[in-house]
Design a protein around this ligand. Structure first.
Ligand code: 5RP
Length: 218
């Protein structure tokens, strides 16, 4: 199976985790896009969605799926999104698509977080994938210097502006032994909006696409 076939497999499997009649959160990226396409088949079963990026909102609307502003919604039953890496404890690195801040907000509001990914994303130790950090533009150089002190090598994702009008630093060469601790340490740096570690609020369940079917980790 190709990685794309595995992503499609888990995107379809995620439909089983939808709570009928509720608002669901939808993530960003190629796996989340496959989920949106699958969701279109059962769109009448849900009240609507909250999207974690403008790109996802556009894709949802193109299928005729209602998209609500988060501030007009009291509850999100389940959040479905991909990841760049996951460890066995469902701590994630996210933000390869630059949507990490809105993804973290929607995940925080959601009762349950179902992560969907192909099996290449499961790792023993997080950090091979460069950790995305969203930063207020004027603080970029200062934040980069602080990230070097934490042992990383930040690279500015030039030409990219997030949906929130900020910039992204991708931090290379981190071996993340303590994801919860590093997540809070980076968030303490003045000028950081958020970072792509989802460890304080990990996924609740991980659906992994494999050659032999969907593997469930929880
Ligand atoms: C976007 C994300 C995505 O979930 C992550 O980059 C995985 O993407 P893909 O499903 O395309 O492999 O965090 O900000």
């Amino acid at each position: 199976m190709t990685p794309d076939e595995k992503k499609q497999q888990v995107a379809r499997a995620a439909l089983e985790h939808i709570v009928p009649g509720t608002v669901i959160g939808v993530g960003t990226g190629s796996t989340a896009n496959y989920f949106v396409d699958a969701l279109a088949q059962i769109k009448n079963k849900i009240e609507g969605t909250v999207a974690s990026s403008n790109a996802t909102a556009e894709r949802l609307k193109s299928h005729g799926i209602p998209v609500f502003e988060l501030n007009s919604v009291d509850e999100i039953s389940v959040y479905i999104d991909g990841a760049d890496e996951s460890n066995r404890y469902l701590h994630l690195i996210k933000g390869g698509g630059g949507a990490l801040t809105r993804e973290k907000i929607v995940a925080a509001v959601s009762t349950r977080f179902v992560c969907i990914a192909d099996d290449s994303k499961l790792v023993d130790v997080l950090g091979k994938f460069p950790l995305p950090v969203e930063v207020i533009p004027m603080a970029r150089s200062y934040v980069a210097r602080q990230l070097v002190k934490l042992g990383g090598q930040p690279i500015w994702r030039e030409g990219v502006t997030t949906d929130n009008g900020n910039v992204i630093l991708d931090v290379h060469h981190l071996e993340i032994a303590e994801p919860v601790k590093l997540e809070s340490e980076i968030n303490q740096i003045v000028g950081v909006v958020t970072n792509g570690l989802f460890a304080k609020r990990p996924a609740d369940i991980l659906l992994l696409g494999t050659d032999t079917g969907v593997k469930v980790l929880d």
